[in-house]
Design a protein around this ligand. Structure first.
Ligand SMILES: [Zn+2]
Length: 231
């Protein structure tokens, strides 16, 4: 695709509006699937189930089909879910996980979870979901992952190891307030070397900062070029 966006802000605006549209469309698809299921309209095309229709006609993978069908049932009981999906507060995957959790509860109890309880659990899922998304350093080429095994802990620190000691990582996260130093987000946080490790940057506190995955990747592209970062 030829890149027609000369300004980053235009590119970002376009993507944001597309992702809004994407969420709106996924809710519309859920609605239409419900209608298809209600009418069993898939049988006209020789399908025995909505699942088969989703996979063979709509070309979803099995898991994509499953996620949409489960979301469809969840929204039937709790229509508010649709608003939340559209607002980006809930993902289809989260809804599916919640459904799974409810089914496990039902099995354990030997009776159905009430609609009211399901609604309550649906409300609870948001903060948990956000919590899970805040991650300390993950691997992204120029960043750091904790590969320290218990045995390695007693070894003398190797000054050129990519490993940043847990003590230092904690210090940086505390100093930077668990937020990306560039854009302020609290999602997918990583540690970044101001002077890149690959260019002899050290793990000293002054050389480290918290960046989100995106800003870190962007920084990597700035330093190493897009080719090296594309992996
Ligand atoms: Zn950021």
């Amino acid at each position: 695709m030829k890149n027609v966006f000369s300004k980053d802000c235009d590119l970002i605006d376009r993507l944001i509006s597309l992702s809004l549209e994407e969420r709106r469309i996924s809710v519309e698809i859920i609605d239409l699937l419900y209608e298809i299921e209600k009418r069993k309209a898939y049988s006209d095309l020789g399908h025995g189930s909505l699942f088969s229709f989703c996979v063979k006609e709509l070309k979803y993978s099995e898991s994509q089909a499953q996620i949409r069908i489960q979301t469809m049932y969840a929204t039937k009981e709790n229509p508010e879910i649709k608003e939340k999906i559209e607002a980006g507060k809930l993902s289809l995957t989260t809804v599916t996980q919640l459904q799974k959790h409810i089914r496990t509860q039902e099995k354990k109890r030997g009776k159905q979870v009430t609609v009211e309880e399901k609604r309550k659990q649906g409300e609870k899922v948001e903060p948990e979901h956000v919590q899970e998304s805040i991650q300390e350093p993950a691997s992204y080429g120029i960043t750091e992952i904790n590969t320290e095994s218990p045995r390695q802990k007693n070894k003398k620190p190797n000054t050129r190891s990519r490993h940043i000691p847990a003590r230092i990582r904690r210090e940086i996260f505390t100093r930077d307030g668990k937020k990306c130093r560039n854009c302020g987000t609290g999602f997918k946080l990583e540690l970044d070397h101001r002077v890149p490790f690959g260019k002899n940057g050290t793990h000293e506190v002054v050389n480290l900062r918290v960046l989100c995955k995106t800003c870190n990747l962007r920084e990597g592209i700035r330093v190493y070029g897009p080719e090296k970062m594309r992996r």
